[in-house]
Design a protein around this ligand. Structure first.
Ligand code: DAH
Length: 297
């Protein structure tokens, strides 16, 4: 109580001092050719704010999503810390498949039948989507981070981004898969792009294929990006194995489907001819600034 007067007086002084300063500055602005210091141009811009730009991986991730959205796909996501069941078992990986080996997978917990691990591919989101949606038609594109126990080099990294596609309905055939991939490739790499499919093996698809696109740099003539072949590998795909449908409660006698999976960094590398994966993770501003204009597209 005793301090109240003193405190009030100090506050009042502060208020008066502030008011005086404001009045003085206001007079100065109003006064033509004010006496105190150079005239200020208040319409001048302040210090420029440096705007960030989107990361090349984000740009390509979004481009892929946008293309499949146009085809009617929804976006689905799943957890990065997954369990063995969703990453391997429900995807028809035989018990001793080498991909379950410690060399490829970062385990979070071991010692029980369904260990937690960092997902090694986004195919796990296929399983989660089928479990969740139950009734086809199912059309999803699943972007996300994946982890592999790899030594970091220009061509390999322990963190990568993938996008997984899944389409399940009645009477889905390999021809539908081929058409979807061809349309995607033309949207992504240009209208003259050709694709070719090579037979391959994945536990979760049968038949399986790897997809190449015609090299958009040399137009198929052969250059050092396509190593003289005229073709660039972009993804794996195939018809969803009936075992995978059944594991998630979808009747494989009624429904069929296709799936595909691609690496976002891989597509970005082909798009911008970046030859070292490590650039995507080092956050060197000189590298990131090169994509500032790509962001505005
Ligand atoms: N999951 C595979 C990988 O990480 C990519 C892949 C291949 C996904 C074929 C698919 C597929 O859906 O059908 O290498």
């Amino acid at each position: 109580k005793e301090m109240k007067r003193e405190f009030g007086r100090t506050l009042n002084e502060l208020k008066n001092a502030a008011q005086e300063t404001i009045d003085r500055l206001r007079d100065n602005i109003g006064e033509e050719g004010g006496s105190e210091g150079p005239k200020q141009d208040l319409s001048m811009r302040g210090d420029p704010l440096e705007l960030g730009s989107r990361h090349p991986v984000s740009i390509v991730r979004q481009e892929i999503v946008d293309i499949f959205r146009k085809f009617g796909y929804d976006v689905a996501e799943g957890p990065e810390v997954e369990d063995d069941y969703h990453v391997f078992e429900a995807l028809n990986f035989p018990p001793n498949h080498p991909a379950r080996d410690m060399q490829d997978t970062f385990f979070v917990s071991t010692g029980h039948p369904n260990p937690l691990l960092l997902r090694t591919h986004t195919s796990s989101v296929q399983v989660r989507t089928m479990e969740r949606m139950k009734n086809p038609p199912i059309r999803v594109i699943c972007p996300g981070r994946v982890f592999r126990n790899e030594a970091i080099s220009a061509r390999a990294h322990c963190i990568l981004h993938q996008e997984e596609g899944l389409y399940i309905d009645k009477n889905v055939t390999f021809a539908d898969l081929k058409q979807a991939i061809l349309l995607f490739a033309r949207e992504m790499f240009g209208p003259d792009t050709q694709i070719r499919m090579r037979p391959s093996y994945f536990p979760f698809t049968e038949p399986s294929a790897e997809v190449d696109v015609s090299c958009n740099i040399c137009k198929g003539k052969g250059c050092n990006i396509c190593k003289g072949t005229g073709w660039l590998e972009i993804m794996g795909c195939g018809m969803v194995d009936p075992n995978v449908l059944e594991a998630s409660g979808i009747d494989s006698k009624v429904y069929s489907g296709f799936a595909f999976g691609m690496g976002v960094e891989r597509i970005a590398m082909l798009k911008w001819q970046v030859n070292d994966l490590r650039h995507y993770f080092e956050n060197d501003m000189r590298f990131l600034r090169e994509f500032a204009t790509a962001t505005e597209v």
